[in-house]
Design a protein around this ligand. Structure first.
Ligand SMILES: Cc1ncc(COP(=O)(O)O)c(C=O)c1O
Length: 385
């Protein structure tokens, strides 16, 4: 079905028995893992080359972001989003989950309310509580099977203690890449209610639909001044295990607060992480373009397969990410992670995202793996429905 191209995304790389969280098999069971968000593809050759070079240097003392890696970030943002970033705005992070926690600590006070649109990536739900803030969830709305932002519901949720909006764009798990008009509406809402924003844009370079990613902070100067944007090479170039990300914070006061919240708690990326990040941004575009093509084909194949063989499972349109959000409620009592595991496939339970009844399926894998997993699901569902 696919042309494998120069990067060989069809190649099956055995990750069992390695340090892979995704492929670590609880109780030694042979499940196809389609849960945690990493892809089963080797990193871009340019990244592997940079890592080898860095390893060959042989000295691994404390690392610092060099002008080379900062320049790679700045150039990438300029080229891909037309965003003119000053390197001083960057705060380096060992991952974006710590970045979400720092946002709660730095941008809201104890007992302040943090708004989160649900369903959402689970750390958005835990970070406010674990940092002593109050989580206030607002459901995303649905227009057909497309998820949208319900501004009226957001407005109704506002109280005098509401301080921060934690925003996910593109949105994990519902796959939306919000439009400029939607982003402008969010920016206006935040200005009206004087909210600060943490915009997690980790999936921004995995747009499957045409058009550039629009960072929320680029919509107007007002939203730029109230937003901490979280970005990373982790998802795009499949480098999650190297632990490298950064916040972009144009407002000097917010940046000072963000730095202070992490001081002596949150470490910096290590030397390999910086080397990988620089190489990915500076030289990885051909790989990214190829992986996007491959992911688009996987997504389209999945849509057709579900429509043909499993029409009772409804998939939301995936505009970005390699994560499909599946409405599996029609399976009734069989709609459990356990049922899917017994079929031989491990999915993420929507419950953890505040999306009960839904399952998240990661299609960042060789097409043959995806086909085998879907065949297992089809057979198991056919046996009970
Ligand atoms: C929206 C979002 N933010 C953050 C993360 C995790 O980021 P990191 O591995 O850099 O902590 C993920 C991983 O799936 C994610 O989907």
């Amino acid at each position: 079905m696919t042309s494998d191209g120069q990067f060989h995304f069809d190649r099956l790389i055995d990750r069992r028995g390695t340090d892979s969280l995704k492929w670590h098999a609880p109780h030694g069971r042979e499940l196809i893992p389609m849960w945690v968000a990493d892809m089963d593809f080797a990193a871009p050759p340019c990244v592997l080359h940079a890592l080898r070079e860095r390893i060959d240097h042989g000295v691994f003392g404390y690392a610092v972001a060099t002008p080379h890696v900062e320049e790679a970030v700045v150039q990438w943002a300029a080229r891909h989003y037309g965003w003119d970033i000053d390197p001083q705005w960057l705060v380096w992070l060992p991952g974006l989950v710590p970045g979400l926690h720092l946002a709660c600590r730095a941008l809201a006070e104890a007992d302040d309310e943090v708004l989160v649109l649900v369903p959402v990536y689970p750390p958005f739900l835990t970070a406010p509580r674990l940092t002593g803030r109050h989580l206030k969830t607002v459901p995303l709305a649905r227009d057909g099977n497309r998820w949208t932002i319900d501004l009226d519901a957001l407005r109704e949720a506002i109280t005098p203690r509401t301080r921060l909006l934690m925003f996910c764009h593109p949105h994990n798990p519902v796959g939306r890449a919000f439009t400029r008009a939607e982003l402008a509406a969010v920016a206006g809402f935040c200005a009206t209610h004087n909210l600060l924003v943490c915009s997690d844009e980790i999936h921004c370079d995995l747009r499957l639909e045409p058009g550039p990613h629009v960072p929320l902070a680029t919509v107007d100067d007002g939203i730029a001044a109230r937003t901490v944007t979280l970005m990373s090479t982790a998802k795009t170039f499949n480098l999650s295990g190297l632990c490298c990300g950064y916040a972009v914070i144009p407002n000097a006061d917010l940046r000072r607060r963000y730095h202070a919240a992490g001081r002596e708690i949150v470490s910096h990326p290590n030397a390999l992480a910086y080397a990988a990040c620089r190489a990915a941004y500076a030289e990885g575009e051909p790989w990214r373009a190829a992986v996007l093509d491959y992911l688009r084909r996987n997504r389209d194949w999945l849509v057709t397969y579900l429509a043909t063989h499993l029409p009772m499972v409804e998939m939301s349109p995936v505009e970005a990410t390699y994560l499909a959000w599946l409405d599996t409620r029609a399976l009734g009592p069989h709609n459990t992670v356990r049922f899917f595991e017994q079929a031989g496939v491990r999915l993420s339970d929507g419950q953890a995202f505040h999306g009960p009844g839904f399952m998240r399926l990661n299609f960042g894998c060789p097409q043959s793996t995806l086909a085998l997993a879907l065949e297992r699901l089809r057979a198991a569902i056919a046996a009970v429905l």
